[in-house]
Design a protein around this ligand. Structure first.
Ligand code: GLY
Length: 254
């Protein structure tokens, strides 16, 4: 998969009121803004044209733009996020997507689905059933995918917030796995890079055109990725981690 574009959203001052289970302390908003700007620069250095959407104060989690839309080649789908406080984030993503895609499909209630629960390997789309994504939402997505000729599979989950909290596809068959996904039969066909519990946050990396964005502070995972031939780009996301947000959550890539 080659990427040329990304969409991100500037964090709002309300960021510190975002949903979290992390218990890592208060978000430093100025630092979050700087980290976000550095993240955008990293995407640009990897050759992407980045659209930076304005902040949305009414939606503290709206910088985690990956959850509100899905993009598979020419197919763009607006999700229906599972957390009530995030539901209205879908309104302002539509015009941003319509600049790039002629038609948008949607996930409708009672289906719920967060983009963080969806992982595309190129061959197949994996959809995690989490506290945010229900079976109705997954099946709606499945129909859209089938109509576009894409294979899909459901992934049962027990512990992680999102599917991509614990499993992320790089490319060429390489998969980062952590926690409940280590040894899970569904990933048997992949070359797995197992992320140790003390570095579990780093299971959420983003592969962009052969380089991998890795969060700062996880040297074993960075080395493991480098050792299988990737160029590693370190990005500090400590303020977003305080809100359960990973690297992939901060952008839509296409
Ligand atoms: N704070 C990110 C989320 O819970 O959706």
């Amino acid at each position: 998969m080659q990427f040329t574009h990304a969409i991100v959203r500037t964090p709002a001052p309300s960021l510190s009121q975002g949903i979290t289970s992390a218990n890592l302390g208060q978000v430093n908003f100025e630092k979050a803004l700087q980290q976000h700007a550095n993240y955008v620069l990293a995407l640009e250095h990897l050759g992407l044209t980045v659209t930076v959407l304005p902040s949305e104060e009414a939606f503290p989690d709206s910088t985690f733009v990956e959850d509100v839309a899905l993009i598979f080649g020419e197919l763009a789908i607006v999700t229906n996020p599972g957390a009530a406080s995030r539901n209205g984030e879908t309104i302002s993503i539509r015009p941003a997507l319509l600049k790039h895609f002629a038609n948008l499909l949607h996930i409708h209630p009672p289906g719920t689905l967060d983009g963080g629960d969806v992982m595309w390997t190129g061959d197949r789309v994996y959809v995690g059933l989490s506290s945010r994504t229900n079976r109705v939402g997954a099946e709606q997505l499945g129909k859209h995918l089938q109509n576009a000729g894409l294979e899909w599979a459901v992934v049962e989950m027990a512990e992680m917030l999102h599917l991509k909290t614990g499993v992320n596809y790089l490319d060429q068959g390489n998969l980062l796995v952590a926690g409940e996904f280590i040894e899970a039969p569904i990933w048997r066909a992949f070359h797995q890079i197992q992320v140790s519990p003390d570095e579990a946050y780093a299971a959420n990396c983003v592969c962009i055109n052969g380089s991998v964005l890795v969060p700062a502070g996880f040297p074993q995972t960075a080395s493991a990725i480098e050792n299988i031939g990737y160029r590693v780009v370190i990005v500090d996301t400590s303020e977003f981690r305080k809100l359960d947000g990973g690297l992939s959550c901060l952008s839509l890539r296409f």
